[in-house]
Design a protein around this ligand. Sequence first.
Ligand SMILES: [Fe+2]
Length: 381
Amino acid sequence: MTNTTGPVVTSDAPITASDPIPTPLAPPPDILRCAYMELVVTDLAASRNFYVDVLGLVVTEEDEDAVYLRSLEEFIHHNLVLRKGPAAAVAAFSYRVRSPEELDRAVEFYTELGCRVERRKEGFTKGVGDSVRVTDPLGFPYEFFYDVDHVERLAWRYDLHTPGALVRLDHFNQVTPDVPRAVKFMEDLGFRVTEDIQDDEGTTYAAWMRRKPTVHDTAMTGGDGPRMHHVAFATHEKHNIIAICDKLGALRLSDRIERGPGRHGVSNAFYLYLRDPDGHRVEIYTQDYYTGDPDNPVVTWDVHDNQRRDWWGNPVVPSWYTEASLVLDLDGNPQPVVARTDTSEMAVTIGADGFSYTRAGDDAEALPSWKQGEYKLGHQL
Ligand SMILES: [Fe+2]
């Protein structure tokens, strides 16, 4: 994996699971895209303030227990549900499928896997019709639907757009202990890897997987799980992300910013990570690339390349590696978290024994002193 110019590009995903989930005989549902996330929040008013008044998501509908929000270019009922509950968690990662018949396929696919599967003709959520909810083999609450209320697409309503306008839901990011196992299962579900992070010892730290023709609909991040790492909304331009930072500063809410803004190596997108009032992580994301061809090249990054997660070499804060949201089972109880046994990305890059390089082939002391202090915990004053 020695390469001085960047990541390794191959024709297919070089990830193999040692403990695979059996591939069902039933075909998977034809998934269009990630469509919405249902978040359980402990203070509905505080969360509404953050997502609506600060970030500018649009309220489609609301009641005493829930707020249904959408981005400005969306035409379906919502991209985010904030539901009041006793403890912060994620109730559903929801995907839209190509036709109503795909729900039958989802039922058969997950039933064959021995998963708990529930279907409601009237849907589980306002605005959504016939839908299927499952606890998948990785422990995540997944939902599939086709029927949904259409609402006004506000793309041309520039009178409503703010400088930090959020225009689309872009992706989810899931934390799971065994990334190769998760990748293999998601490939069986019809997803394809676009990028990943590995090391020379064969450990896989993360993988980005798509249905729609962008870098991802969801990513599998190695860590204690199942947990939700973040949900990401897209802006049109980089300056929209800068405007969000400026607004948070003006509101004396700069402590909502966890990491960034910056340019990712993986995905090439411009990014910003925020934490909502419950600590749920939200990414603001823009300008990744088209991946829709069947032979789209897979990009593999070396875990020690300090430009993989930030193209400018800025360090990743430890909380970004370690903290994530609990996910719920279909009864609303938190799923138990299983520890990762493979080495952690934080430990091999910024921990006490960590090592990162800017140029492949450099040794551990080749980084300038001011950079070593950032990557080696304990070097700071
Ligand atoms: Fe992301």
